[in-house]
Write a protein that binds this ligand. Sequence first.
Ligand code: ADP
Ligand code: ASP
Ligand code: MG
Length: 436
Amino acid sequence: MKFGGTSVADAAAFENVARIVAAQRNASPVVVVSAMSGVTDSLLAATTIASLEGTFRRHEAAARELLTHAKAEEFVEHVNNAAQRIAQLLEALSAEPTRKATQDSIVAFGETLSSALLAEVLNERGVAARQVDARRCIITNDDYTCAAPLMAETFSHSQQELRPFLETGVVPVLGGFIGATLSGATTTLGRGGSDYTAAIIGAALSASEIQIWTDVTGVLTADPRVVPEAQTIERLSYSEAAELAYFGAKVLHPKTIQPAIESSIPVRICNSRAPEERGTLVGPETETSPRTVKAIAHKSGVTTVQITSARMLGAYGFLRALFEVFEKHRTVVDVVTTSEVSVSLSLDDAERLPEIVQELEVLGTVRVEKGRAIVCVVGEGLRGTPGIAGKVFSTISDINVSLISQGASSINFTFAVEEARVNEAVRRLHEEFFSH
Ligand code: ADP
Ligand code: ASP
Ligand code: MG
């Protein structure tokens, strides 16, 4: 059971989580929790300890409201120790090359504190629980701020740490998002990574279900911030959910689905404010029909790059040379389309763009467009349903579209538009595909 930041935003939210966990205690749950909402942002933005005063007071206020006096004082002591340690780390923050490692050690306190508090709240509500340091379970490489778990080590450590609790009826409570290298240095899995922690732990323990508890009732047919009338999707296939998460549906971290698929564990997305609703169930394809268009995802802040070169014609090795540039600069390429003389692609992270462009110019003429957005129509129903492209383009015929691609899985239809018009495009497509 993973609870996101809004599910532990304040004392009332913690109380609610305790009720949801208590209701499932007979199923031997493991709880994974995010930092209180906004805390990760504050820790990342902090340059002085004074700027975190409000963050620490929020934790203390929640503890005093939730816990008996003695336990609350114990937790306040815990917060004070964290503050002291964070102050030291902030002083070390300016030192390269350890900056990212220091950043991870600072930001990990968000989840350390929320998990300590939640474990205490559960205990006081009569659910035997124990905080487990996620760094003893999630073992990663040293790619600080976006570390990759070493799965074999993570599985064996997680089993060793967590099984004894489950066997004695104690609910383990872990902070999501954080891990450690084999030598014990704190790492994080990337923003929104608590979902991923939950999926990894679920897979390691062969859980019967991985539950993602958030502030909306499941995965919706579009981002509710753009399309307020978006509806809950009852069932999604693993591939549909993976495509949606990858192309911008923030409700699931893009890597969440992989560990679940490998262990065939269903993933349920539920609303911690409406626990009686069934939310969305993600599982194998055969169980997730009907085959229709299920949702529209989008993400902004995308950069597209086009490389045009006559040298591509009939040449081998050209694409390898091109992609090697991105590999060298450790930049992930999302959508790719090619013609005989050009390659277009999209990037989320344009931090290394100047260096990349410089090297690509050796291969051909390079055109960069910033401020683009990707729109992605997803559904098993796209397989073999004619006319989807026509329907999309006639619906938004006055909006310029580029990078059109039907993903290799053929369950997504993806294209890029100008960022300023993406909300309008998504609203019109949602109306076209879902209002009938
Ligand atoms: P948590 O803190 O619980 O991890 P997130 O903020 O990361 O929650 O994710 C939930 C949010 O994702 C929702 O509040 C919603 O605004 C956003 N979202 C974007 N696209 C979708 C979608 N297709 N379905 C549901 N939520 C979406
Ligand atoms: N607290 C982390 C973040 O805000 C991880 C998470 O909530 O999933 O990115
Ligand atoms: Mg999230």
